[in-house]
Structures are given as C-alpha cells and as structure tokens.
Write a protein that binds this ligand. Sequence first.
Ligand SMILES: CC(C)(COP(=O)(O)OP(=O)(O)OC[C@H]1O[C@@H](n2cnc3c(N)ncnc32)[C@H](O)[C@@H]1OP(=O)(O)O)[C@@H](O)C(=O)NCCC(=O)NCCS
Length: 332
Amino acid sequence: MGVDIEQFNPHNQAALRAWWEVGHAATADRPGKPWPLWEQSRVALPTPNPERGVTLVAAIDGREMVGAGLVIRTLKENLHTAMAFAYVRPDRTREGIGRRLVEELEVIAAGDGRTTIQSEAYLPPGGSGTGPELFARALGYEVASRESIKELTLADFVARRDALAASAPVPEGYRVITFDTVCPEDHLASFGRLLGMLMSEVPLGELDLQASEWTPERIREAEQRQVSVGRHLLTAMAIAPDGSVAGVSDLRVDDSDPAYGQIGITIVDPAHRGRRLGLVLKTATHDLAVATWPGLVSVDTSNAEVNTWMNAVNEALGYRTIETLLELQKKL
Ligand SMILES: CC(C)(COP(=O)(O)OP(=O)(O)OC[C@H]1O[C@@H](n2cnc3c(N)ncnc32)[C@H](O)[C@@H]1OP(=O)(O)O)[C@@H](O)C(=O)NCCC(=O)NCCS
C-alpha cells in the first residue's frame, strides 16, 4: 500500500495543520468539543512541556495526510506508561491505516522504555460495539475503566447557583481562596502534598498508574508552561482551620477559546471529607469562570462511572452525560 507512516516536527506548521485537520475530521461526529481549535493546537503542541513529551505521527498518501497519530509520555511519573491516539480521515477508514499508525505509536513508546500503553475510545452514552471500540480490541487493547463525559451549559449553572451555594456553605473554620493558575506561595507545599495523593484517591479501574511527588519547583514549572500557552487554571482551594490545603478544584479556559472550558483536577483530602467541600470548591471555580469569561458557553469533565461522590457533585451543578469514555490499556 502506498501510505507512509512518518514522524514530524510540531514546528512544521504546514504538517501540523494537516495533522490537525485529520483529527478534526475524524472526531467531527462526536458531541461536545472533542477536538481543540486550530489556534489551541498551533500554540500548545510545539511548546515544550516539563510534564509531558509529545510525538506526532502522520499517515501520508502521496501528498495528502490521511491519518494522524500522537504519543504522550509523562516525564515525571509513570515512566512505564505512554498514551497513544490514532485518527483516520473518515473517507479512508477500514484500509488498515489505523492499525499501521498504532503499530508505529507502540514502537515509539517501546523505544522509550514504555511497556504499558493507554488510550481512549468514545461511544454514545451507555453504548458498546462501536467502531473505535472494535478497533481497539482488534489491536489488543482492553477496557481498564469506564468513564462518563459530562457537559455543563453555564446558563444551567447560573440558574442553580444560588440554591447550590445555600445548600453548601463554607464549613465553619475553613476558608476558600481562588487564583488564576499560580498558587500563592504560602500554600504551595501543602498543595503539593495533596496533588501527591491524586493517583491513589481517584478511581482508576485497572489503569496501571502510580502516585508521584509534587515539589514546589515542579508545580511552579507546570504553572509556567500553562501561562506560556495562554491557559488559565481558575482554581479554588479550601484552607483548613490548621492552615493546610484541605481540597482543590480547577476549571481551565484557553485565551484562544473563551467559549469552552474543561475541568482539571478536583480532590478533597480524606481527612476533610463529608463537609460538602467538593461542591463548595466547584461552585467557586464556576462562579469565577462566569465572572472572568462572560462568553463561556459550556464546560466539560469526565469521571469514572464508579465515582459516585464526584458524579453527585457534578449532577448538582447541572452537568449532563454526553458520551461514555472507555479507558483502554495494553501491556506490550
Ligand atoms: C478508529 C480508527 C482510528 C480506525 O482507523 P482505520 O484505519 O479504519 O482502522 P483499520 O482499517 O486499521 O482497522 C483495523 C481493524 O480494526 C477493526 N475496526 C476498525 N474500524 C472498525 C469498525 N468501524 N467496525 C468494526 N471493526 C473495526 C477491524 O478489526 C479492523 O480490521 P479489518 O478491517 O481487517 O476488519 C478510525 O475509525 C478513526 O479515526 N476514528 C475516530 C478517532 C478514534 O476514535 N480513534 C481511536 C481512539 S484513539
């Protein structure tokens, strides 16, 4: 077959644009915002990230790009894992291009010592047996966790907001602070301690992921990368009576797309649970988002279906399930 699989440099903007077009076309039938705007990809993909290494791959037929692939390797933790994603232009599916892309992505990951490859497949809510799922199984990937993708229309949040705030007051003795991306110095070490708990506290199903350490330096570097790509992490932090960080939640908006936001992380320290801090924090980030970005239309998030508590918070805020996400995994 005349299709070549090649890596390319993300600074090659013509290639990057063609790659983006393939992913855009391959995800066009999905609800919500399944693919970034060109401006988001143009800025983020070539900008170095201290947390993640990204390799881009193209399937090229003559002078046309017909398939796009991406390997993401975490650089600070889980050095045994990589994430691999493949997209084939809708008019060129079922020709074996997806399979060749994934084989190349696995070679790249293995070349870097990664032995567990993770990926994602999206289906209509509660669905099964769709193309991407069968494709993943054909390539030896297993379902490690089922998640729901949820979307919130900000107008729905605004309509519920006052009732929510009344039902979840800030607990006595606690304080909530908010900031854009850069954590106040006073709370940095305690924030790092909480971030270190994330992998062991978030339901991961069978996903082979381990916790790691978040030093103040690591947090500062990650923040600077967000600033450099124009990404705002609107963050709410609960401060416990003893001054430690009891919980944190963030909502992300890019300068280049002020209409769509995404939930980042949410975690409440097990020692401080049962006080509705999850709802308090999320209400605070959504308030901040509405105030900062009046044009914001919707926000999306994903949670494990088994994460009853987080799902209840999201439902209270007005989130609705739009897709099922299968977290996939293959051990090489
Ligand atoms: C999923 C996707 C990458 C498949 O690309 P593709 O080039 O059509 O895949 P291939 O032709 O290499 O298929 C390999 C095998 O996967 C299975 N498969 C792929 N698509 C399938 C479908 N729609 N229905 C049933 N089986 C399918 C088959 O077993 C196929 O082998 P066969 O054609 O010999 O039966 C493509 O449909 C796509 O871009 N979808 C949108 C993005 C996405 O969901 N990516 C996957 C998650 S990262």
